[in-house]
Design a protein around this ligand. Structure first.
Ligand code: SF4
Length: 365
């Protein structure tokens, strides 16, 4: 069994890789700038999200928050509303917190120092390396899933890429081979090779510029590498969701302190337990006294670690709504202004066929 030690294949690949990238790179909006603010926004958006999806969000986000100071001065709700549909909302909240820190501590000037970048909310090794190399041309590695895969194949490594020590070893291999004066180009070239040629399933070795240096190809293991231990399957969470509407308004909960989808707006939701009815559980959690339950339909939403299986009911209030700082009636026509995540947008979609909702435009990214 080989493991990551030498880096010979990676080292020999640098020249051909850069040459290939210069001819074959995709025309992406964040490749037209070296503004660290814009590079940062793109890198955060690209985490866990496909390039095609990110392009429109990137443009929209920069139209709304064109500078770091504008982002720092916005409300969290405004930032979340623009982010709505991209998922992993803590990314948006961290972006705003980091922007505020840069304004307060560095007078709004984006830090160049890798270690300082690492201290900002939401910026880990990968993002700090991407910003340092792409925006400031500094020789720091940015090891994402693409780079892990490419290096493990080039080196013929059977190290498990879900382990953080493998990421560390890959970073140790990449760091010394980053070409002086072309750090940003090298970082993007590695990622681009992983995205376009050295793809996860059935890599296109016949079109690969570094094939002659690749241990996986040489030994016929390109479809077996890299090795990745299977993750645990996400937990299924059966839930009830309540839809309440009155006089052109709909009832929303501001999920102030929830660990999942915190600081966003949702519909009242409870996890199914024993034999208690949805009305009982909703009363226990929210103090709502409900009547006239009617099943509207079902929807599900997949998070990285759990899947919500939601049975959706409409209700009427049996008693006036209790006082609460997180439960609100919201004008249906103004719903678009609220940061309602995709999980609840799926539920709202069920209402499209219910009376009165046909005119409401709800984005279902
Ligand atoms: Fe990936 Fe194949 Fe190129 Fe090796 S030869 S780096 S496996 S695409």
């Amino acid at each position: 069994m080989e493991n990551l030690q030498t880096g010979e294949g990676a080292k020999a690949s640098v020249g051909p890789l850069l040459e290939w990238y210069r001819k074959n790179q995709r025309d992406l909006p964040w490749r037209h700038t070296t503004d660290p603010y814009k590079i940062w926004i793109s890198e955060i958006m690209l985490q866990q999200t496909r390039v095609d999806t990110v392009i429109q969000y990137y443009r929209r986000f920069l139209e709304r928050f064109g500078t770091l100071r504008e982002l720092a001065g916005a409300s969290a709700q405004d930032v979340l509303a623009v982010w709505k549909g991209l998922g992993y909302y803590s990314r948006a909240l961290n972006l705003q917190k980091a922007a505020q820190q840069v304004v307060e501590r560095y007078d709004g000037v984006f830090p160049r120092d890798y270690e300082v970048l690492r201290q900002l909310p939401g910026i880990g090794d990968y993002t700090a390396g991407a910003i340092a190399s792409i925006a400031f041309n500094q020789p720091y590695p940015a090891v994402d899933g693409n780079v892990l895969r490419v290096i493990c194949r080039l080196e013929g490594s059977e190290d498990d890429i879900s382990q953080s020590r493998t990421k560390k070893r890959v970073a140790d291999i990449v760091c010394p081979i980053i070409p002086k004066d072309h750090a940003g180009e090298f970082t993007q070239a590695m990622m681009e090779l992983g995205a376009l040629v050295c793809i996860p399933l059935a890599p296109l070795c016949g079109h690969c510029p570094v094939q002659s240096f690749c241990a996986a190809y040489r030994t016929g293991r390109q479809n077996e590498l890299p090795v990745k231990k299977k993750k645990e399957a996400p937990r299924i969470v059966p839930c009830w969701v309540a839809v309440l509407r009155e006089n052109g308004k709909i009832f929303l909960e501001f999920r102030k302190n929830d660990r999942l989808l915190g600081q966003l707006w949702g519909l009242p939701i409870v996890e199914k337990k024993d034999s208690r009815s949805p009305a009982q559980l909703l009363e226990e959690k929210y103090g709502l006294r409900l009547k006239n339950a009617r099943k509207l339909g079902s929807a599900s939403h997949v998070f990285s670690h759990q899947i919500w299986k939601m049975d959706v009911f409409t209700f009427a209030l049996a008693e006036p709504m209790p006082h609460s700082d997180v439960l609100h009636w919201v004008e249906e026509e103004e719903l678009e202004r609220y940061a309602v995540p995709t999980a609840f947008q799926r539920v709202l979609k069920l209402l499209h066929s219910d009376n009165g909702w046909e005119q409401l435009e709800i984005s279902l990214e």
